[in-house]
Each structure stands twice: as C-alpha cells, then as structure tokens.
Write a protein that binds this ligand. Structure first.
Ligand code: UDP
Length: 320
C-alpha cells in the first residue's frame, strides 16, 4: 500500500513509519517539525520505500501519486506547560492539527478512496469518573481547562472521522492511545517517563507532582504499534483503546525507575505543574482489543524501562 503518515517525525509517527516500511508498504511521511524531529527519520534517508514532505497539515495537503491509506498522527501531545513542546504552549497549533489537520487528511482519504486511521487519545476521557475506561465511556472533560486544547481537538477529530465515515462512507479507524514510552521521546517534553529516567540517571531526586497518588498505565512503544497495525488491518470502525492495562501510581513508577537505575536520591514532591485537571486515574479497558484484534501488551514496565535506558544514556551524552 501507499500510506500517508502525518506526524511522521514524531515519537509514535516515526516508529509507525518504520513498522509500515518493514511490512513492505511505501510511506509518505509528513511533518512540520513543531514537535517532531528530523533526527527521528534520519535513518530513512535514501530508503526507496519512503518519501518525506515537510508540510503543516492544517493547510491544504497535496499528496503525490496514489494513496491507499492515511494515518493521522500529527499533533503536539505533551501536557507539560514548562516545556516549549507541551501543548499548553502550542494551543492554537494543537487545535488546528486536531481540527483542520483531521479535516484535510480526511479530504485526502476521500479524494483517494483511501482507508483512514485517526490517532486519538485516552485524553478524550478527561479526568475519568469510571476506571478502567472502556470505549463506551463518554468522558469527563473540562472544555476550557488547561488540557482542553488537546482533549477537545481530539474529541472534535473523532466526531469528524465518524461524520466522514457515516456521510461519505470513508473506511475509518480510531485508535485511543494511552500513555506510551520508548526511544525517540523528546527528552525535554516534560512527560513523566523521560523526566524520571533523566533524573534517575543523573542521581537526582525524581520530581513527583502533587502527592504522587495519581495513576497511569504505561505501554511500551513496540506493543502499541503492534496494536495499531492490527486495528488498521481489521474491519473495526468504532474506537478501540490501545494501551497497557497495568495501572500504577506516580510514586510506584518513581520507585521502579529509581531501583532500575540504582538511584539513591529518592523523590521530591513538587507542586503539580499541570494546574489541576491532571487526571487522577487512567487505565485502559482493553477487552475489545483483546477480543477483536487478539492483542495484548507483551512488555511490562520494568522490562520496557530497561530497554529504553540505552537511548536516554546516548541522548544525555552518558555513553562514550
Ligand atoms: N508527573 C510527575 N512528575 C514529572 C512529570 C509528570 O509526577 O516530572 C506526573 C503528572 O502530574 C501526571 C503523570 O505524571 O500525573 C503523567 O504525566 P505525563 O506528562 O507523562 O502525561 P499525562 O498522562 O498526564 O498526559
């Protein structure tokens, strides 16, 4: 297939491009490098199965040649307001990527009669009143809160995808992605796994926001990509959660990372930088993915953290 991937230079987008190329597809990668990095695609230079186009998806998209599928992954995705890559500092771009970008990419899918996959998010559930979150849960979202530029853009994106599906008969998929970590995450995007790993490697105390009782469920990137590829090839047109269902508190995550990195410095509690609206719990209900995709994560968090350490050491200049 010829597949257009937006957000190709991002953490998930670049791993997705690698996987699609490995599976024999031709990939057109698109990115404007607002949060993505050319470094994530460096290894694909000269690859005959890959073409890169620098383009902002919120403007009209011209995709050359035949397109069989569109996978829309372009968006800032970190909630951290201290990082210049966090969506609180890119609010308009975030809303445009989710709204105009989804509209433009759906337009490409319609023009080419292509299959379409939207990268949605667990954030559409907001600060959930139901735990774990099944796909049938409608969410608990503050429309003007500090995360609203991301949450509402993705909720709008889902609604637009369903509209194109129902009204224009586009063959669509929606994946709701839960917290994921792996190589190619930005070191400075302010998310918890890169923050904790860097602090632990520097033998500094880990910065736990609030009281650390808030929970997340962390999926290793290879598991996530496998789930997305299975969904893409399935005929499921309703949203599917993909994530690791093992829920842990930020205190437990900090302990795990300190142990793996042999960091005696412990933790320090900090004021929550996420201004409230930091979801207190988050855990995917993956019953649907198990049933229809025969998918479940294979890598637990201890193993996954060990696997990404060489990447962080390299990026931090700790390896000769
Ligand atoms: N967090 C933390 N210390 C940090 C960064 C984040 O305790 O240095 C917490 C944050 O308050 C949130 C959780 O870790 O409860 C996950 O945050 P992240 O930014 O990774 O993504 P989110 O799941 O909130 O979108």
């Amino acid at each position: 297939m010829n597949i257009l991937v937006t957000g190709a230079a991002g953490f998930l987008g670049s791993h997705l491009c690698d996987r699609l190329i490995k599976d024999g597809h031709f990939v057109i990668g698109m990115d404007n490098f607002i949060t993505g990095s050319p470094k994530n695609l460096e290894h694909l230079a000269g690859n005959e199965q890959f073409l890169f186009i620098k383009q902002d998806v919120s403007n009209f998209i011209f995709a050359p040649g035949e397109i069989d599928a569109v996978m829309h992954f372009a968006s800032p995705a970190s909630p951290n307001k201290e990082s210049r890559f966090g969506y609180p500092n890119l609010p308009i771009q975030t809303m445009k990527a989710g709204a105009l970008g989804t509209h433009n990419t759906l337009g490409v899918a319609k023009a080419h009669h292509a299959r379409y996959l939207l990268a949605s998010t667990s954030e559409i559930y907001g600060d959930p009143a139901v735990n774990p979150q099944p796909e049938s849960y409608w969410g608990h979202v503050n429309p003007i809160g500090p995360r609203s530029m991301y949450d509402e853009a993705k909720r709008f994106a889902e609604a637009l995808v369903m509209s194109y599906h129902n009204f224009h008969s586009i063959d669509t998929r929606i994946v709701r992605i839960f917290n994921t970590y792996g190589t190619r995450m930005r070191l400075d995007d302010g998310r918890v796994v890169p923050n904790f790993i860097q602090q632990a490697l520097r033998k500094e105390p880990l910065t736990v926001y609030g009281d650390g009782s808030q929970t997340r469920s962390f999926c290793f990137v290879d598991d996530l990509i496998e789930g997305i590829v299975r969904l893409f090839h399935s005929d499921e047109t309703m949203p599917v959660n993909i994530g690791n269902p093992v829920e842990m508190s930020m205190l437990a995550l900090a302990d795990t990372i300190n142990q793996i990195c042999d960091n005696p410095a412990g933790i320090k509690f900090m004021k929550n930088l996420q201004l409230g609206n930091d979801p207190k719990r988050r855990q995917p209900d993956i019953t649907k993915a198990k049933q229809i995709l025969d998918w479940s994560p294979q890598v637990n968090v201890e193993e996954g953290i060990r696997r990404v350490l060489p990447y962080f050491k390299q990026e931090m200049g700790l390896v000769e």
